[in-house]
Each structure stands twice: as C-alpha cells, then as structure tokens.
Design a protein around this ligand. Structure first.
Ligand code: AMP
Ligand code: GLY
Length: 423
C-alpha cells in the first residue's frame, strides 16, 4: 500500500517509523514531515491543511490510505473533503469527520457529549458575552481555584486556572468581551476544579469497535517539579504505573465504552484515534478533555510498545473490522525525553545545528522540530527531538533516555531531568 501521513512533529515521525516496519507498506509519504521522516519516507512540502494540494498528491502518487496526525486538518474537515470528492471518496482517512473532530474543537460540545452519555467529568456551565453577569455569579458559587476554558482551539493555551475570584472574573471578561483567545473564546466553559493526578488513555476506533492502546503520562510544564509555563509536552512515560487493572476497568466501563457507544447513538462517524485526557481523583477516573488524534509526545512512547502491524490496525479501522484484530503490546516501559530550543515555550531561535544524533545507539531518536540546511540537520521548532528508550521499569528506561540525550547537542538545548519524579 502507498500511505500518506499528514503532519510534521514527533508524533508523525513515530507513526511513520511504525508504518514503515509493515511489510504491507510500499511507498510512504509525509507532508510536510521533518528531517527524521526524510530518512524513512518521502517528504512532500505541503501544509497538512492545504486540502487541494493534499488531493493532488494523493492522486499523483496513488495513495491508498491517509493518516492525519494533528487536529487542525480534522477540525477543518479534511475527512469530509475526501468523502465529498468523487476522486477521493474511496481512499480511507484515519481521523474523524468534522462531526467527531468537534469533540476537540469545542469544549462545550465535549462537555454536553459527556453529560448526555453519563461520562464522569467536572461540573460546568458555559457562558457568552451576553451571559457575562451569570458567569460572574457562577464563579461566586464555586470555590477556588477557578477553571476557565476557551471553547475553541487555542493552540493549547486556552485553559486558565486562577486562585483569585476577582482575577477569575477579569479573565472571564477578557476572554468573552476582549477576545483574549480570538474567536476561540466567544464562549467560555467554567468548570469545577478537580484535584488528582493526570494520565492519558488512547483508543483506536472504527466507530463501533475499538482497541485500547497503552496508557501514557506526559509532562506539560517547562520547569522541573512541574513548574513554569505549559508546553506541548516535555516527555512521556508508558505505561502509567498508577493506572492499575482495577482503575483501568473503571476507565473502560465508565469512559471508553460510553464514549464509543456515544458516537453510534449520536450518529457521529468516527474512524481514528481518541485521546482521552483523564484525571484520577482518589481512585476514580474523570475526563478532563478529548482530543481527536494521538498525543505528542505520548505517541513516542505508546506506538513503540505496540507489536501489532500498524497497517493491519489502520486497515481494520478503515473497514470497520477492529473486532477482528488482536492487539499485542510490549510489556516493557517506554520513556521519551523531549529536547527543546532555549527559550521555548516563549521566543526561541531556529537553525541551530544538531550534533551527536548518530552516536545514539540504545534509544530511538524521533524528530519533532528539525529540518535540513546546507546538508545538516538543524532545529526548526520549539520541541526539537524526542529520545525514546525501553526498560524493565520507567527508571531504567529513563536512565537510557538521559544517557542518549547526553550524546547529542545543539546551541541552547534544554530538557527536563526530573521526568517520573511524581510516580
Ligand atoms: P485541557 O486543555 O482541557 O486539557 O486543560 C489543560 C490542563 O488544565 C489540563 O491538562 C489540566 O492540568 C488542567 N485542567 C483542566 N481542567 C481541569 C479541571 N477541571 N480541574 C483541574 N485541572 C484542570
Ligand atoms: N501532549 C499533549 C497533547 O498532545 O495535546
């Protein structure tokens, strides 16, 4: 099969790495890809949300399957675009149609979905500019900290957690009235604060059947001890040690099954990955958010633990036969350490030459923000390279990742040295 992967980060390099291992893969394309995908596939310099350019590529290269990495093209309707086009209709797309992608595209929609299907989540209400006063009143009823969420996509920045009531009111006004997050904050979800430890569960579904992929925990803050600004993710560990069998049974019964059944009941066509952001409060799981794609850097630890042929899984997703495949998982722990550009997640420089990658032998190097310049691999983003290792437990795996990271370098390189500190 000829397969196209859309996206350019560590998630996409990992998916490409895994799909390249399948004997069923003939030609493999990534658009736009990075310096890592260039080594194992053909990079095509088109944006993942340039639908017309994607169409031309799919037809010219006789692509048989498209895997969508990031949420943006899904929320913008790339799957629907394929279904509406005579020439593309028969080519399967992994990733939900707009009607499913809105689970990530609108926090209000996601909350209503959970309420409708009895899926445990924080209590909430939704407000607009017109109901600002009611929003203030709702905040007064809650106790701190206050959780304010822009309804729409805000590049991971749309959630504010505030300890002071007046500050919360001011931020609510700035989101609703002054468009703090642009159109994304014309509606704001205010919700009850849940106190616990977070983890993520990943599901691959054909809309009716599903397989539960390994759990993972990511480290979102830039600073050690989970301090400082939020990032896309500074590293990840899979499996999550505290997600034991009893807890995962609760997740399956109370969250995964009702979510997939909810798609059928609501008439939401969904073929693709569901990323369920969970929080464990005491011993009970609650949903923090849905994403309609794999996580990054969680993919860099989840996918390397899957032994099953990825193309079999994706084909079964496309044809609605996921009940026929058995998922085989590597028992080992996988960890990934993300190296980032100095200054990230604020302003940072690009174009720094990356050295030492070839010296890394005991880990897998997944490129995130890299490109080529004058024949050298250079940085091109905030998150640069994720270094994944296996171990008997997360400590052993992390030790390998850190040893490997010490072999590579670029000017300003930073990474967190305390991953797993909370486990
Ligand atoms: P989200 O974009 O919805 O994942 O929110 C970003 C982060 O805010 C989450 O990863 C949590 O750490 C935190 N968060 C979101 N909602 C809540 C909540 N109801 N209670 C506590 N923390 C939350
Ligand atoms: N690592 C979090 C995300 O992919 O959204």
């Amino acid at each position: 099969m000829n397969i196209l992967i859309l996206g350019s980060g560590g998630r996409e390099h990992t998916l490409t790495w895994k799909i390249a291992q399948s004997p069923q893969t003939e030609k493999l394309f990534v658009a736009p890809g990075n310096a890592g995908t260039h080594e194992i596939a053909v990079n095509v310099p088109i944006a993942a949300d340039d639908f017309e350019a994607v169409k031309k590529l799919v037809i010219d290269e006789e692509i048989d399957l498209v895997v969508v990495g990031p949420e943006d093209p899904l929320v913008k309707g790339i799957h629907d675009f394929f279904l509406q086009d005579e020439a593309l209709r028969a080519i399967p797309v992994i990733g939900p149609q707009k009607a499913g992608a809105i689970l990530e595209g609108s926090k209000q929609f996601a909350k209503e979905f959970m309420l409708r299907h009895n899926i445990p989540t924080a209590a909430y209400e939704c407000f607009t500019e017109k109901s600002l006063e009611a929003g203030y009143a709702f905040l007064e009823k809650l106790s701190p900290p206050y959780v304010l969420k822009a309804d729409g996509l805000a590049a991971g920045k749309g959630v504010l957690i505030l300890s002071d009531l007046n500050e919360a009111k001011n931020e609510l006004k700035s989101m609703l009235v002054d468009a703090k997050f642009g159109n994304a904050s014309t509606k704001v979800v205010i919700e009850e604060f849940l106190s616990g430890i977070e983890l993520s569960v990943f599901v691959l579904t054909d809309g009716k059947n599903y397989v539960t992929l390994p759990t993972a925990k990511d480290y979102k803050r830039i600073g050690e001890g989970d301090t400082g600004l939020n990032t896309g993710g500074m590293g990840a560990i899979s499996p999550v040690p505290f997600a034991d069998e009893i807890f995962m049974q609760k997740v399956e019964e109370r969250i995964i099954k009702p979510t997939i059944d909810g798609f059928s009941k609501d008439g939401i066509p969904y073929k693709g990955f569901v990323f369920i952001g969970l929080i464990k409060v005491g011993e009970e799981p609650y949903v923090i958010e849905y994403n309609v794609r794999m996580g990054d850097p969680e993919t860099e630890v989840v996918i390397p633990r899957i032994k099953t042929d990825m193309v079999d899984l994706l084909k079964a997703t496309a044809t609605g036969t996921l009940d026929k495949v058995s998922l085989e998982i590597d028992d080992r722990t996988a960890t990934t350490v993300m190296t980032v550009s100095g200054g990230y997640p604020e302003a940072y420089e690009k174009g720094k030459v990356i050295s030492g990658i070839d010296a890394i032998a005991d880990s897998i190097v997944f490129h995130a923000g890299t490109t080529f310049k004058d024949g050298q691999v250079v940085t091109s983003g905030g998150r640069v390279i994720a270094v994944t290792s296996y171990g008997e437990d997360f400590k052993e795996a992390l030790q390998k990742s850190y040893e490997s990271v010490s072999k590579m370098d670029f000017e300003g390189m930073y990474y967190r040295k305390d991953l797993g500190f909370d486990l």
